[in-house]
Design a protein around this ligand. Structure first.
Ligand SMILES: [Zn+2]
Length: 79
């Protein structure tokens, strides 16, 4: 039995996944590393950071966001 593979050079592109869930995010304190719960509502992570700042005096935060991406050959139409 003989296996045959055909290869061709293809340019790929990446962008938002058309079937993605809403972006998920959390806030992370840069002083102590504590993180908010993951949410799809920015107000929740902002409120956590403000409450954390009021309780601890920590003032620097990272906003960590997860967004679904979809890679496909550049000449392939999105379905
Ligand atoms: Zn902190």
């Amino acid at each position: 039995m003989k296996a045959t593979t055909v290869l061709r050079h293809v340019s790929w592109t990446i962008g938002p996944d058309p079937d993605r869930d809403p972006p998920a995010m959390c806030a992370a304190c840069k002083d102590c590393g504590e993180k908010s719960s993951v949410t799809t509502d920015r107000k929740d992570s902002d409120m956590w950071a403000l409450e954390h700042a009021g309780r601890t005096g920590h003032r620097r935060y990272d906003e960590i966001v997860s967004v679904g991406l979809y890679a496909r050959p550049a000449d392939e139409e999105l379905q």
